[in-house]
Design a protein around this ligand. Structure first.
Ligand code: ATP
Ligand code: MG
Length: 423
């Protein structure tokens, strides 16, 4: 084979696409129900936006960005995530001057140079929401509930996913917490992985979510932010938990769940796939980022967001059951062009009434066309030959029950209009 897709990318085809459609339909529904509006931002942005918005000492900026120079030597980067772009658009378009909070969502490809494996790709897809302009704890719970409800709507079982929540406090709480952590890790640096060793001074919170086993064991015993949290952050978190009860979202407290950067505040959350055995076990996650809008040049604006990994949701669904194609009608037509033109007319009439319909374009035999109708999982066949063409009739066959009937074309039209078919 001469040409192959680049490593970490793939084609989405066949019945897989049916699952993608199902997830995308559920996204359209849940965002509409919760009043989130779609936003499209460019696939590439100025590199500095991500350096600033995602953070210089994150995995993404340190090693995962697809950065390139265009022909005018501008440094551009394929978007590795969605929040920085949405916040840029919020500031650039002065959306802070409009009705707040503004509730937005996106759904599209992201790019990260990662070790490609199952559930981890270099081009992957994220659905995300961002609600900017309110610090109401009820909004934190709403955002968490949207991700949860999406998983339930597409058919993930409630036992298959756990919602982990935590608070990372405000800047002041975090400063105190950082000191506590540094103190805790002080005499343990020898057993830390090299990544954690270098991060201890810069950003000790990051040590808590290290995937290395021995680092994990130490993190489990580390002090909790709740030892130092201020009253206002504590109250916010308690309120989020009470609202989660109202939204009917079950959750577990997870003091190791952190977002390391200073503009992340208060609530952090993640949806973990209980069935996943790999480190690709997060369906998605998010949190409050009350400092990010200001960091990117806008006015001080509280905000909260969520990002779901659509690829990982689709993978989990594919492991359950492959979906089937489905068609309302298949026109089986035997004859020369005149017959085919009549068959096409009937097919178009069916489609215009809102029913899916297809026909053979391969000159197949009657038997082969019936097999094709079956493969397409058509509910009904419309059989047309010379006789039918001359008399403007057709044979309507129910492929599930086997019953059939001869009808005039206009009778079929009437039945379609009424929405009730005779067989
Ligand atoms: P991980 O710990 O798995 O690397 P992350 O913390 O980098 O995830 P986020 O930046 O929070 O992930 O992105 C939100 C979601 O997007 C993740 O929970 C995951 O479902 C999905 N995701 C992230 N990176 C990838 C990838 N390379 N391929 C597929 N999905 C991804
Ligand atoms: Mg990652």
């Amino acid at each position: 084979m001469k040409y192959k897709v680049p490593r970490g990318t793939r084609d989405i085809l066949g019945s897989d696409m049916l699952v993608w459609n199902r997830v995308n339909d559920a996204i359209a529904k849940i965002t509409a129900l919760n009043n989130y509006q779609k936003i499209e931002t460019p696939i590439f942005e100025q590199t500095d936006l991500f350096k600033r918005g995602v953070g210089e000492n994150t995995d993404i900026v340190e090693k995962e960005m697809y950065t390139f120079e265009d022909k005018s030597q501008r440094s551009l980067t394929l978007r590795p995530e969605g929040t920085a772009s949405v916040v840029r658009a919020f500031v650039e378009n002065k959306l802070y001057g409009g009705r707040l909070p503004i509730k937005l969502f996106y759904n599209g490809p992201m790019f990260r140079y990662e070790k490609a494996q199952k559930g981890r790709y270099r081009q992957f897809y994220q659905f995300g929401i961002e609600a900017l302009g309110s610090g109401d704890p009820g909004l934190d719970a709403e955002v968490i509930s949207v991700g949860w409800q999406l998983l339930m709507d597409v058919g993930i079982d409630s036992e298959e996913v756990k919602v982990h929540i935590n608070s990372v406090g405000c800047k002041e709480c975090r400063e105190k917490y950082k000191e506590k952590l540094i103190e805790y890790y002080q005499d343990k640096t020898e057993s830390l992985c090299s990544n954690c060793k270098t991060r201890l001074d810069k950003n000790p919170l990051r040590l808590l979510d290290c995937k290395n086993e021995s680092c994990g064991a130490m993190a489990n015993k580390a002090p909790s932010i709740f030892d130092v949290i201020c009253t206002s952050c504590d109250e916010h978190f308690s309120s989020v938990k009470r609202y989660l009860e109202v939204f009917n979202v079950p959750y577990v407290l997870d003091k190791r769940l952190v977002r390391g950067l200073d503009y992340y505040t208060h609530t952090a959350f993640e949806y973990r796939n209980q069935k996943a055995t790999s480190t690709q076990d997060a369906f998605g996650g998010g949190g409050r980022y009350n400092g990010l809008v200001e960091e990117l040049g806008g006015p001080q604006t509280p905000a909260i967001g969520l990002a779901m990994g659509v690829d990982r949701i689709v993978l989990a669904l594919l492991e359950k059951q492959l979906p089937q194609e489905h068609l309302n009608f298949f026109v089986v037509s035997m004859g020369e062009e005149e017959v085919q033109r009549y068959a096409t007319e009937v097919m178009q009439m069916i489609r215009q009434h809102g029913y899916s319909c297809d026909k053979d374009y391969g000159g197949r035999s009657f038997k082969a066309q019936m097999r094709l109708a079956d493969k397409c999982n058509a509910e009904k066949a419309v059989i047309i030959g010379d006789e039918e063409m001359k008399n403007k009739t057709l044979t309507l066959k129910n492929l599930k029950e086997g019953k059939q009937e001869i009808l005039l074309e206009k009778q079929l039209k009437q039945q379609l209009e009424r929405g009730s078919l005779s067989v």
